[in-house]
Design a protein around this ligand. Structure first.
Ligand code: URA
Length: 192
């Protein structure tokens, strides 16, 4: 059953489904255009996000903002969410059971937003959304279609901060995303 934005937000803010809730300052629900065609999904909040209750506001977030602007978009045009809504201690990768506990919230966001394209930022998002077997260096740049939604795995902005040579491939992936959004717009216009 599909829940409302308000119910989903309340469920996340009160969630105690996994041990990550014990360490959080704020849950980080996600933010952006609730009808966005394009949804970015990261791994989970870091220290800045935990403090502010907003996704991608630290250094990786500043780079994500630049990537969005380079696509000719503003942060407000897209939706930005994470696989887990509470900060894993020391920014470690979320454990499989933490991801499992939190995934229903992300699925609820998919159902409400109904994006045309999802960009998985890094392996954690790609494994949670596409397949556990994903290897980001091997599989990035390759479209997957699930239930009519086009999904593009690419590098996480934090990986680009660590290794700027990955920026070129990431930009290629984002250009594919822009093409796909244009194609789906043309198809929509034709069917109207
Ligand atoms: N990294 C993520 O994966 N998500 C955030 O919100 C911030 C940093």
């Amino acid at each position: 059953m599909q829940v409302s934005w308000q119910t989903l937000q309340e469920q996340v803010s009160q969630c105690i489904s996994c041990p990550l809730c014990a360490h959080r300052t704020h849950t980080v629900f996600g933010e952006g255009n609730p009808h966005a065609s394009l949804l970015f999904v990261g791994e989970g909040p870091g220290a800045d996000e935990d403090r502010m209750g907003r996704p991608f506001v630290g250094r990786a977030g500043q780079l994500l903002d630049k990537m969005i602007q380079a696509m000719g978009l503003q942060r407000e045009d897209v939706y930005i969410a994470n696989v887990v809504k509470c900060r894993p201690p020391g920014n470690r990768t979320p454990l499989p059971e933490e991801t499992r506990a939190c995934l229903p919230y992300l699925r609820g966001q998919f159902a409400l937003i109904r994006p045309k394209v999802i960009v998985c930022l890094g392996a954690t998002a790609a494994r949670a959304i596409i397949s556990e077997d994903i290897r980001i260096t091997r599989d990035r740049g390759n479209w997957v279609n699930k239930k009519g939604i086009w999904i593009m795995p690419t590098y996480h902005p934090a990986a680009l901060l660590r290794d700027p040579t990955k920026k070129r491939e990431t930009w290629q992936d984002l250009q594919e995303v822009m093409k796909k959004l244009e194609e789906t717009d043309v198809q929509n216009a034709a069917s109207e």
